[in-house]
Design a protein around this ligand. Structure first.
Ligand code: MLT
Length: 404
């Protein structure tokens, strides 16, 4: 008789965004006449930029001719894309990352869930609290997190670094030294970030303690302030202590296309073993490459015309962020984020807990957001709205919230 991986049985409830979708579906079935505005999951609404569509058409045509057809992609991604990434995202910022340190993938979500496979069963992870749930859940599935306490909503073998308004949402070095530290900056869900100097302090800490930072930079395109790093490799010493995850979903609207990459520097070694070689081995065994046409589309993201079009797209979403932030502030809410990230993090009014406010907003304003407690215990009493809606829906949602 076979046995299951019973670590899955330890996971409380369903994945956060699946739970929300179920709740919203139940509401729309009961009230089909209501027009729901969804500012919950961080999914984009603007179409792909024209430069990307044009490139996609060309790549599709190539696939229809024997001379230009492409089968399996190279394990680690096509050179044309890896070179464009290195030139634009790293060399242009003075970071010494090379093309063969880039691993192209089908998105940062899967990489952020899979990267833990490289580490021993008994490593101790540290996460910001609140946190993107994938980091914790993937370690739960791997049997690394101990037992779950439903009262504290914490795992016994996870180090939590609370990020709240009291500490300005800046994670502090934990009392217990972690092995693996997950940092997502600019942050999902709080929409806040830290300065380059603060990030440098984390890099110094990791190098000193022999810890590894998994740095999720999915929201990098939304940085507007000069003192914020666009990559962890802008910090001295990061190549010996950090892996960086990047996504094409948020900067270029690829949520439905699926493309991302992970940087594993060749200098990153654990007891003389190269993590780059390990990830290459893992990638080669378990992944058959992002589709050729999608990698070509990714290359177009770095063309001059692509860059200009995507700058406008980011500005469009950040106009939404400003509208949400200002509108909520006018309505008396306490609001964070929205300056270097497309998320607005607000304190729930009248001491409602996060799920109470979710229900209240859904039922009375027909607006969907994300309850802060879904991201961890320190998210309780907070709520996340995304700036990825259309401008019209964003403004309409705010009118509804203001008139509550
Ligand atoms: C979110 O809403 O937190 C994100 O869209 C989730 C993701 O990027 O996977």
């Amino acid at each position: 008789m076979y046995q299951i991986n019973d670590n899955f049985q330890k996971l409380p409830g369903s994945y956060l965004f699946s739970t929300i979708a179920k709740k919203v579906n139940a509401y729309t079935q009961a009230h089909p006449e209501k027009k729901i505005i969804r500012l919950g999951i961080g999914d984009v609404t603007q179409p792909l930029a024209p430069a990307i569509i044009e490139t996609l058409h060309k790549a599709v045509d190539e696939m229809g001719h024997a001379e230009t057809f492409h089968g399996y992609a190279p394990d680690l991604g096509y050179d044309f894309l890896r070179s464009a990434i290195v030139k634009n995202d790293y060399q242009a910022r003075g970071c010494g990352i090379e093309a063969d340190e880039i691993f192209v993938s089908d998105g940062a979500k899967s990489d952020s869930a899979d990267i833990q496979e490289l580490f021993a069963q008994d490593v101790k992870i540290a996460v910001c609290d609140p946190v993107y749930p994938v980091y914790v859940d993937s370690n739960v599935m791997a049997g690394r997190t101990g037992t779950y306490n439903p009262d504290t909503q914490k795992w016994s073998n996870v180090i939590y670094m609370p990020c709240t308004s009291e500490n300005g949402f800046v994670p502090e070095f934990p009392q217990e030294t972690p092995d693996i530290i997950y940092l997502c900056l600019p942050n999902n869900p709080t929409g806040t970030t830290i300065t380059k100097d603060q990030l440098q302090a984390w890099v110094d800490y990791a190098n000193k303690e022999g810890a590894l930072i998994i740095y999720d930079g999915a929201y990098e395109a939304y940085i507007s302030e000069d003192n914020v790093a666009h990559s962890i490799y802008e910090c001295q010493g990061a190549q010996t202590c950090a892996i960086e995850l990047k996504s094409f979903s948020k900067n270029a609207g690829f949520t439905g296309m699926r493309l991302g990459y992970t940087v594993v520097p060749k200098d990153l070694k654990c007891g003389g073993v190269s993590l780059h070689d390990m990830w290459a081995r893992r990638h080669g065994t378990k992944f058959n490459g992002a589709p050729y046409i999608v990698q070509r589309a990714g290359e177009a993201v770095y063309s001059e015309v692509g860059k200009a079009q995507l700058k406008e797209q980011v500005a469009y979403y950040m106009k939404n962020a400003a509208a949400i932030k200002n509108g909520l502030q006018d309505a008396g809410y306490t609001v964070f984020g929205g300056v270097n990230a497309p998320y607005i993090w607000l304190k729930t009014p009248q001491n409602m807990n996060s799920w109470e406010f979710f229900d209240y907003l859904l039922e009375n304003a027909n607006v969907v957001g994300t309850p802060g407690s879904g991201f961890g215990p320190s998210g309780e009493g907070y709520f996340r709205l995304t700036a990825f809606g259309t401008y019209e829906n964003t403004v309409a949602a705010l009118e509804r919230i203001k008139s509550l």
